[in-house]
Design a protein around this ligand. Structure first.
Ligand SMILES: [Zn+2]
Length: 283
């Protein structure tokens, strides 16, 4: 994400259908009907690579663009998903600058009939919190105050429950691999960039007006994989090991989520004994 001073107020979009929200799928029911497996090849995950080559998002403490970090991480996640059987995974790379580009991302994911969208980003802090240092004889900006991942979902999403359910399993899988989420979005010093922590167990924040999260029809989350303005975390995020850790967590979370959705679908399509035999119930 790039926190620019003077970002205009988010455009409020009309015509959002307050749909029939599906119940949270994660966790599923203990009963696991036989035909209800996750069909991995049929489950399409779209990895939206945040920002563009020309408008590359935040700048790391050592002068590397966020877009470069996003691209490499998305590639590692795609490989991990394909290796787990999710061979329909697509990396979405957009050249169109925001705002138009943001709508284009959502429209493309919708047209692909994706089952899940994960927007891949790396975190920064608002400009006013940045400090200056010299790195390789150049002036760069950093903030070592915060580190860790953060997950965002929109309450305006037509499948808010699904997005939250995936955000939860993703946060838990990241935590299980020794990563932690950053709590700083709740702090008053974040000003207008403050966000409500809606799942304190998994590090999921509410960010209602993010275009890719509110215009997509499939469950959608935005992952800030870590802070590239934190000088120590930037070094870690640049390693294949850290990318692998995040990629494995995403793959495990997608597996959990796909299975839970399949179970929920099977439960919905299997009529209950009572419904199938109303006469019996009447007697
Ligand atoms: Zn970003």
């Amino acid at each position: 994400m790039r926190w620019r001073a003077g970002t205009p107020g988010m455009v409020v979009l009309a015509a959002l259908v307050a749909g029939d929200l599906a119940p949270a799928a994660a966790g599923g029911s203990a009963a696991d009907p036989a035909p209800a497996g996750c069909r991995r090849s049929a489950f399409r995950v779209v990895l939206d690579v945040g920002h563009t080559l020309e408008v590359p998002g935040a700048m790391s403490a050592r002068g590397v663009t966020e877009y470069a970090f996003n691209l490499k991480l998305a590639e590692a996640i795609q490989q991990a998903l394909v290796a787990s059987g999710f061979d329909n995974t697509v990396r979405l790379i957009t050249a169109t600058a925001p705002w138009r580009g943001l709508f284009e991302r959502a429209a493309r994911a919708n047209a692909m009939r994706a089952n899940l969208l994960i927007a891949i980003h790396h975190d920064s802090v608002p400009d006013e919190l940045l400090e200056t240092w010299q790195y390789e004889d150049r002036e760069n900006h950093f903030s070592d105050r915060f580190s860790g991942y953060a997950i965002f979902v929109s309450n305006n999403h037509p499948d808010r429950a699904g997005s939250l359910a995936f955000g939860h399993v993703l946060g838990k899988e990241l935590e299980a691999r020794g990563l932690h989420y950053t709590p700083h979005y709740t702090l008053p010093l974040m000003g207008r960039h403050r966000h409500q922590l809606i799942d304190a167990d998994a590090g999921v924040y509410r960010y209602d007006q993010l275009v890719v999260l509110m215009q997509t029809r499939m469950p959608a989350v935005l992952l800030e994989a870590g802070s590239i303005v934190n000088r120590q975390e930037e070094l870690e995020l640049a390693t294949p090991e850290r990318r692998q850790l995040t990629a494995q967590a995403v793959a495990a979370a997608v597996e959990d989520f796909c299975s839970a959705r399949a179970r929920a679908l099977a439960a919905k399509s299997t009529p209950s004994t009572r419904a199938r035999h109303p006469a019996t119930a009447a007697h």
